[in-house]
Design a protein around this ligand. Structure first.
Ligand code: IVH
Length: 715
């Protein structure tokens, strides 16, 4: 419908239009032109959103354009035309399935973003209903599911029709697909409530963990991954083969009864006073409704509090939601409020901070890792994402760039979900103007190219995604290794951060890991920002690390593929770290869980005289190289009480330190893991347990116990 040129022009035009304040006053002549431009861009963005499922601007930006158009039309009503986006609720349909008319037209929702917007909403409700500011107005607040709308019709208790939202008046008939979604009852006893015909609205979604599993399987099979749960759900509804639909893990929540008729053909909603009663009824009839994620509150303060709380817990919720929906709970008041042509006046969406945004890719820089991997990093025009400014994201490796065809100068879609590091979802190739440049991955090491007379050629081992610099002469890799060496996961040197390493490296005091144990603390005390006390503290931390168990030391060396677990397994079997000089491939691969790749890397590392010399230096500076008690394997009795169980401790423990607790658990045969997931068997909660406890409760599969209960179990 739109070609690339048109799309680029409309995208740029919308960015220009967004610069105007929604309330700005203009002359009728100016308004005429702006109104035309607004209509043209809004129609385009609606097409992208509703028809193509591929929006190029945020909801916030779309709302801005829409509000501006409304404001101009309000100022100059003569400019209103019947085909203005404000005068209709429709968008084009993709007509692969037969079209059906909904029993009652489905509008959109107005959006709110903050406390002021919610207060304005409350004020407008009071105005519409002539209630003064002291009157109590109940609001039902529920998740705004980010999936695909479904409209269900039941006649004489049987599901007779399922449809998509379509343009709001008419949708596509997808009854057979609705029937394979197991959370949609085929039979529901509406007759118990005297209802013979009802129309329900709901949202088809995919659980986040189910989505992840599906994608993991696709990845393992080498297939193209699904982009996100939302597209997978909306796409899933419109698959031609219901058998295939059934395999998509779709679920449906219901959130509204939009039509009800009793046996005599009269309005059947009269028996209900509140929206929340209807949702309760639907829950009772076997429909899926949000449980603890919905509430009823008696004022707008309560609305805000609940919305903020849900936004904080957004990531822990098993389904993708992009906000909350706030609804006047009283059905009588809803009727009094009525609707505009676009949205009901009694409801509003409270949108969470956007997780996706578009921005420009300005440049690509390269970083080197501790084993020499070269990582490309995209430098972006700064953009706001879920509350933080993002200006730089990893491009991972060459394949990531080529498989997504990301080019310099592209407008890219960036996403940031919860704790997940921001990443580029895709370039918006429809916005290209030909000036974009294909990214040429460097053939020689791009880090400090001036520090050597020739370029070091990068290598890429078969089966690995990264290009690596095999012969670092500039010190950049040693620097990264030192930063890892002191980190929590490795030698865990308290109070010593990467910034100090970089500083000392620049001063020429640190060339490799051994130098860390031979620092001149008098010199450090002289440094700006230091002093005797901080220098002494640093010395104390470093001295303490010298007696670390050797499993920490091994892991801290940055040997390619040597992880924490393999370090433990190897440390259990040696007296002294340098024993490994004599180890053969078989010595390694005889250990269950250690493969030939790690074995070869270990052998190569210990065959390098520079590395061995570095270890000898460390030992001379007092770093422990002998197996310690902590390195020795823990003997677990076959009948220990927690054999085969996974366990996690959270909150402030009263009886023991976390380490001691974990040791007790290990002795009892349990495996300590670090995150709450369906793999977790037992969660032991101390005081002030937070998100881990909530997540475990939400999962419902985890055994939750107190410290005392745990002690009773293991003793
Ligand atoms: S109420 C009159 N409640 O958001 C509109 N909508 O335009 C009544 N949505 O695509 C909608 N969760 O599918 C409502 N709890 C909820 C919702 C919800 C998601 C979707 C709906 C539609 C859009 C609203």
């Amino acid at each position: 419908m739109y070609d690339q040129d048109q799309q680029r022009r409309l995208f740029n035009l919308s960015k220009d239009l967004l610069k105007t304040d929604t309330g700005a006053k203009v002359t009728v002549g100016e308004a005429k032109e702006e109104v035309n431009q607004l209509r043209e861009t809004i129609v385009y963005h609606e097409w992208k959103y509703y028809v193509k499922n591929d929006p190029v601007i945020s909801d916030f930006e779309y709302d801005h354009l829409y509000k501006r158009l409304e404001a101009l039309e309000e100022q100059y009503p003569d400019l209103i035309t019947p085909d203005s986006p404000t005068q209709r609720v429709s968008a084009d349909l993709t007509s692969d399935f037969p079209t059906v008319k909904h029993l009652s037209p489905m509008l959109s929702l107005a959006n709110s973003y903050n406390e002021d917007d919610l207060n304005d909403f409350d004020t407008s409700i009071r105005k519409l209903t002539s209630l003064d500011e002291n009157a109590v107005i109940e609001y039902a607040v529920e998740p705004k599911f980010d999936g695909g709308t479904i409209v269900l019709v039941y006649e004489n208790d049987l599901l007779v029709r399922g449809a998509t939202r379509g343009n709001g008046d008419e949708g596509e008939e997808i009854t057979n697909n609705a029937k394979v979604i197991r959370s949609i009852p085929l039979k529901a006893e509406f007759s118990k409530y005297g209802l013979s015909r009802v129309e329900l609205r709901g949202e088809v979604v995919i659980r986040k963990d189910v989505f992840k599993k599906m994608n993991d399987q696709k990845a393992a099979a080498g297939e193209t991954l699904y982009a996100n749960p939302r597209n997978t759900a909306t796409g899933g509804l419109r698959i031609k083969d219901p058998k295939e639909v059934a395999q998509r893990g779709l679920e449906a929540f219901v959130f509204q009864m939009s039509y009800a008729e009793d046996a005599d053909g009269n309005n059947g909603t009269r028996q209900f006073e509140k929206h929340s009663e209807i949702i309760d009824m639907l829950g009772n009839l076997g429909f899926k409704i949000p449980q603890s994620a919905r509430t009823v509150v008696s004022d707008v303060k309560g609305v805000l509090k609940f919305c903020n709380n849900r936004e904080t817990n957004r990531e822990a919720y098993p389904y993708e939601i992009d906000g909350m929906v706030v609804k006047v709970n009283s059905l009588v008041l809803q009727e009094i409020c009525g609707a505009t042509s676009h949205h009901p006046r009694w409801a509003i969406a409270f949108k969470f901070k956007a997780k996706q945004a578009t921005t420009k890719l300005l440049d690509v820089e390269y970083q080197v890792g501790k084993i020499g991997s070269i990582t490309p990093v995209a430098k972006l025009e700064p953009v706001q994402l879920a509350g933080v400014t993002v200006s730089s994201v990893s491009l991972h490796n060459e394949d990531f760039i080529t498989s997504k065809d990301i080019r310099l100068g592209d407008t890219v879609l960036v996403e940031r979900a919860g704790d997940v590091i921001p990443y580029i979802v895709k370039p918006m190739d429809e916005l290209r103007d030909g000036s974009e440049i294909i990214i040429d991955f460097p053939k020689t090491c791009p880090i400090n190219p001036d520090s050597r007379p020739y370029g070091v050629e990068l290598i890429r081992t078969e089966g690995e995604a990264a290009w690596r610099c095999p012969d670092c002469v500039c010190g950049a890799q040693d620097l990264m290794r030192m930063i890892f060496h002191i980190s929590k996961d490795a030698m865990n040197i308290d109070g010593f951060g990467g910034a100090y390493i970089i500083r000392f490296h620049e001063m020429g005091w640190l060339r490799n890991m051994a130098d860390i144990y031979n620092l001149d603390y008098d010199q450090i005390a002289e440094l700006e920002g230091f002093g005797q006390k901080s220098a002494a503290n640093l010395k104390k931390s470093i001295d303490k690390a010298k007696s670390n168990p050797i499993r920490r030391l091994l892991h801290s060396l940055s040997i390619h593929h040597l992880g924490k677990r393999a370090s433990v397994l190897i440390s259990e079997r040696i007296e002294h770290v340098l024993d490994l000089k004599e180890w053969t491939i078989e010595d390694y691969t005889n250990i269950k869980d250690i493969g030939p790749v790690v074995a070869e890397n270990m052998i190569e590392w210990f065959a390098n005289e520079r590395n061995v010399e570095m270890l000898r230096q460390m030992e001379a500076y007092g770093v422990n190289m002998h197996q310690t008690q902590e390195d020795k394997p823990v003997e677990v009795a076959a009948d220990a009480p927690l054999v085969g169980k996974t366990i996690l401790f959270t909150g402030a423990l009263q009886h023991f330190s976390r380490k001691e607790a974990q040791k007790l658990a290990t002795l009892a045969g349990a495996k300590n893991i670090s995150a709450v997931s369906s793999n977790l068997d037992i969660l032991v909660v101390g005081e002030k347990a937070g998100s881990k406890l909530r997540k475990a409760e939400a999962l419902g599969t985890v055994q939750i116990m107190t410290e005392d209960e745990f002690l009773a179990l293991v003793s």
